[in-house]
Design a protein around this ligand. Sequence first.
Ligand SMILES: [Zn+2]
Ligand SMILES: [Zn+2]
Length: 172
Amino acid sequence: MQTGPLTFDTHEMGRRPGTEKSFTREVPAPADLGLDVLTVPEGSPIALEVRLECVMEGVLVTGSASATVEGECVRCLNEIEFPLDVRFQELYVYGEPDEDELALEDEILDLDPVLRDAVVLELPQNPLCSQDCPGLCIECGARLADDPDHTHGPAIDPRWSALTELTERPEE
Ligand SMILES: [Zn+2]
Ligand SMILES: [Zn+2]
């Protein structure tokens, strides 16, 4: 079992039910934390508060993580950045895990999968730069938030504009 910023050693806890241990850590975000469009950038700081508690079947981990998420607004594609706070609680069993269970490996608890699930669950499906983001102009793609009074004249059919040119041509 490889140890790293997201692993917690439970050896000292000796599998004694009721034994608790708390950790406060700042860890660099692992790669690919989040979704395609919305991620916690790799290496950016995550503030972790973790409490481990030995129970009969294994070690119960309870905690929270605070990070900064970056991505783009789904309406106007502006870059956005916002704080994300997630909470989690999960049991890591001793011995062989059943399907959908997590296990300790050599008494080491690897928080990585729990952190990933918690972050993905908490991310908004349709992130916006602001709740009332007006999006982009359907005609020219301008950001309407930057230019709210933005208008285009009535659309002119190119065939008519050729005629207009003809009729507007001054008489010689
Ligand atoms: Zn926007
Ligand atoms: Zn426009």
